[in-house]
Design a protein around this ligand. Structure first.
Ligand SMILES: [Cu+2]
Length: 305
C-alpha cells in the first residue's frame, strides 16, 4: 500500500510538471452578447463579439439575434470572460446567462439574489454583467445556457433565451461509429455539428460547419444535411418537460461513456446526449415518445453522394 501511495504521489508531481505543456492550446475567450426582443414577442441572444486566443471570430455567428442563441465552442483548459448586455429594456427586468457543466464561482451563476444569496447576477436595461468561466478538465460535453433572471427567477428560456456551450476534450478526439465499428476520430474531422434542442412540440436546430465554423440557426424540425462518409456530431439537449425518446432511423451510435451501440435514447428533461456518426444514408430523426410523435416532432437528415 505504501508503494502504491508513493507511486500516486509521483504521478501527481509528474502531472504538475507537465500541466503547463498539456494546457498549451488553452485559449482565453472574450465574449460579448446581448439579449434582444425579436418578432412574435420572443427574446433572443446575439453574439456581439468573440475573440479566442486573441483572434476575432465574431463573423462565425449570425449578425442578428437568433433562437437558438449562439453556440459557444470551447475546449477543456480554456477560460471565458462573458459579458451580457440588456437590449430588452423592460424596466427593472434583468437578463442573465446561467450556464451548466463548466466551472465558475457563485458570482458567475447568473441567478437572482433570492437564489444565490449574494447578488443579482444579470444586466439591467442598458447595463451589463460579466461572468468568468473556467473550462476545467473533466467538463468536456455539450451544455445548455439560458437566462435565469428575466421576469421570473426561472428565467425566460421559453421565450427564446437559450443556447449551448460545446466543450471539446483536451485530447482533441471523440468516439464515433459507422454503425459497425467504433473509432476515435479527431474533432477537426467533424464536418457538421448539429445542436438540436428538444422542446415540448418541436426540435430547434443550430448547425456549425466544420470547415468554415459558420453557425446557422435552423428553425424548427430542421432539414439536416451531410455528405456520405462525413463525420457528423449530434448534440441533443432536452429543454421541455417531457421524457423524450430519440431515434435516427437505421443508425446506431455509441452511448457516451460506454462501449454500447444503441439506436434509440431516452432523454429526460434537462438531460443531454451527444454522439458522432459517419453518415451512410438519409434518415428521419424523431422523438418517438408517443404524444410527441403525434405532434410531428420529426425531421430529415439528408445524406448525398
Ligand atoms: Cu438551467
Amino acid at each position: 500500500m505504501k508503494h502504491k501511495y508513493k507511486h500516486g504521489y509521483f504521478t501527481l508531481i509528474l502531472a504538475m510538471l507537465f500541466w503547463p505543456l498539456s494546457q498549451s492550446n488553452a485559449a482565453e475567450h472574450i465574449i460579448d452578447m446581448t439579449a434582444e426582443k425579436i418578432d412574435g414577442g420572443l427574446l433572443a441572444y446575439k453574439m456581439q463579439s468573440h475573440t479566442a486566443g486573441g483572434v476575432d471570430i465574431t463573423t462565425r455567428y449570425s449578425s442578428v439575434a437568433t433562437i437558438p442563441g449562439p453556440t459557444i465552442v470551447l475546449a477543456e483548459g480554456d477560460t471565458v470572460t462573458l459579458t451580457i448586455r440588456n437590449g430588452i429594456n423592460v424596466t427593472d427586468q434583468q437578463v442573465s446567462v446561467h450556464v451548466h457543466g463548466v466551472h465558475y464561482t457563485i458570482l458567475s451563476d447568473g441567478t437572482l439574489k433570492v437564489i444565490n444569496k449574494i447578488e443579482d447576477e444579470g444586466a439591467y436595461p442598458s447595463g451589463f454583467y460579466t461572468y468568468l468561466w473556467t473550462i476545467a478538465p473533466g467538463t468536456a460535453g455539450t451544455w445548455p445556457y439560458h437566462d435565469h433572471n428575466f421576469e421570473t427567477h426561472n428565467g425566460s428560456e421559453v421565450k427564446g433565451l437559450f443556447g449551448a456551450v460545446i466543450v471539446n476534450p483536451a485530447s482533441g478526439s471523440v468516439t464515433a461509429s459507422d454503425g459497425r465499428n467504433i473509432a476515435s476520430v479527431p474533432v477537426s474531422s467533424i464536418k457538421k455539428d448539429y445542436v438540436l434542442y428538444l422542446g415540448d412540440d418541436a426540435f430547434w436546430g443550430m448547425a456549425i460547419d466544420g470547415t468554415s465554423k459558420q453557425q446557422t440557426a435552423l428553425g424548427v424540425n430542421p432539414l439536416l444535411t451531410a455528405n456520405r462518409n462525413d463525420n457528423v456530431r449530434f448534440h441533443l439537449i432536452a429543454m421541455g418537460t417531457y421524457l423524450n425518446q430519440f431515434k435516427l432511423n437505421g443508425y446506431q451510435w455509441v452511448d457516451p461513456g460506454t462501449a454500447n451501440m444503441i439506436n434509440t435514447k431516452a432523454i429526460g428533461p434537462l438531460e443531454k446526449h451527444v454522439f458522432t456518426i459517419n453518415a451512410s444514408h438519409s434518415a428521419a430523426y424523431m422523438n418517438t415518445n408517443f404524444s410527441r410523435k403525434l405532434m410531428g416532432m420529426t425531421g430529415n437528415f439528408n445524406v448525398t453522394h
